[in-house]
Design a protein around this ligand. Structure first.
Ligand code: BG6
Length: 285
C-alpha cells in the first residue's frame, strides 16, 4: 500500500524504496528514508503520545513563531502556535508514476476550545506531502475561511539528521541579514553557516531558492528548495539548551541541525477569503 493509515500516523511507501511517516499529531513528518537511510532527526526522547510537540521531524509552526503574539490578538498563543499540537486528519491520498501523495487537513473546528478562544478566526490548513524516489515535497496551504482578516507566521521546522555538527555547513545564506537570537543582535552572514556553539538565527528575505545542508567531506547532504517562503531559521541548541530540554538527549545536538523555511521575519496579513501557499522540496546532494 503506497499510503497506509495507522492509529497515530500515516506511512507513505514509494515503489522504488523511499518512505515517509507523518504523525496525525501536528501532521509532524517524523521520518524520510531513501535507500533505507534516515534523513530526518527525531529525538530518542521525543514524546509521541500527543501530550507535547514532537521533538524532531518537521513540526509545523502556525500561526505564531516562538512566543510571538499575533497582531490583533490579545491572548498569548502556545510557543510556535497550535498547529503542531493539534490532531490533523488524512484528507486525501493518491499516487502516480513518480510520486506518492498524502494530504492532511486542520481547521478551526478541529483545534481545542482553548486555542479557538486564543485564535478566534476561521481557517483551514492543507498540508501535502509528496514522496518521490529521492525527493520529498512538503506544501502548506493556509486559507482564511472567515470574514475577518488575520495575520500569521509559519515555518516548516525541519530537523535534519546529520553525521556530525562540527562538519555540517549550510550554504546559500551568505550576504543575508539575520537576527542572531543568541547574541541578540543583527548581522550579515558571511560565507557558510557552521555550528560552533548555540545557533538560533533568523534570516529574512533569503533570495537563493536552494539552500544546501552539506554534511562535510564526502558525506553528501540535502538540498532544500523553497517555493513562496522568504525566510530561513537555523537552529542548534548546543550543550546548555540541550540539557534543559526534557525531550532531547544531552548529546543529540551533535546529530541534528534545524534549517527551517517559512515566513517569520514579518507577519503575513490574510484577508477574508484569501489564501497563501508555500513549500519546500528536499532532495539528496
Ligand atoms: C526555533 C527557534 O525555530 O525553534 C528557537 O528559533 C527555539 O528559538 C526552537 O528554541 C525550538 O523551539 P521549541 O518550542 O520546539 O523548543
Amino acid at each position: 500500500m503506497p499510503v497506509s493509515q495507522q492509529s497515530n500516523k500515516t506511512v507513505l511507501t514509494h515503489p522504488l524504496g523511499a518512505s515517509a511517516e507523518v504523525h496525525f499529531f501536528g501532521a509532524t513528518l517524523t521520518s524520510w528514508k531513501v535507500a533505507s537511510e534516515e534523513r530526518i532527526f527525531l529525538s530518542e526522547k521525543a514524546v509521541l503520545d500527543g501530550s507535547k510537540a514532537i521533538r524532531g521531524g518537521i513540526p509545523l509552526v502556525f500561526p505564531v513563531f516562538g512566543k510571538g503574539k499575533a497582531p490583533h490578538v490579545t491572548a498569548s498563543l502556545p510557543q510556535h502556535g497550535f498547529a503542531r499540537i493539534s490532531r490533523w486528519r488524512l484528507v486525501n491520498s493518491s499516487e502516480d508514476a513518480h510520486t506518492v501523495t498524502a494530504q492532511f487537513g486542520l481547521d478551526h473546528n478541529m483545534i481545542s476550545e482553548e486555542h479557538r478562544k486564543m485564535w478566534p478566526f476561521d481557517f483551514s490548513l492543507v498540508y501535502t506531502v509528496k514522496l518521490g524516489a529521492e525527493t520529498i515535497e512538503t506544501h502548506l496551504k493556509i486559507q482564511n475561511t472567515g470574514d475577518q482578516a488575520f495575520d500569521f507566521n509559519t515555518l516548516l521546522h525541519t530537523y535534519f539528521l546529520i553525521p556530525d555538527e562540527s562538519k555540517v555547513r549550510v550554504i546559500g545564506l551568505s550576504g543575508v541579514d539575520y537576527t542572531d537570537k543568541v547574541q541578540q543582535k543583527t548581522s550579515r552572514q558571511e560565507g557558510e553557516v557552521v555550528v560552533r556553539g548555540e545557533v538560533d538565527s533568523v534570516y529574512a528575505n533569503v533570495q537563493t531558492a536552494d539552500i544546501q545542508i552539506q554534511y562535510g567531506g564526502e558525506d553528501g547532504g540535502v538540498q532544500l528548495h523553497r517555493n513562496g517562503v522568504n525566510d530561513i531559521v537555523v537552529w542548534n541548541p548546543w550543550t546548555e539548551k540541550a540539557a534543559g530540554m526534557a525531550d532531547f538527549g544531552d548529546e543529540e545536538y551533535h546529530r541534528m541541525i534545524c534549517v527551517e523555511a517559512g515566513q517569520v521575519a514579518e507577519f503575513i496579513a490574510l484577508a477574508a477569503g484569501g489564501s497563501w501557499e508555500g513549500s519546500q522540496v528536499l532532495s539528496l546532494l
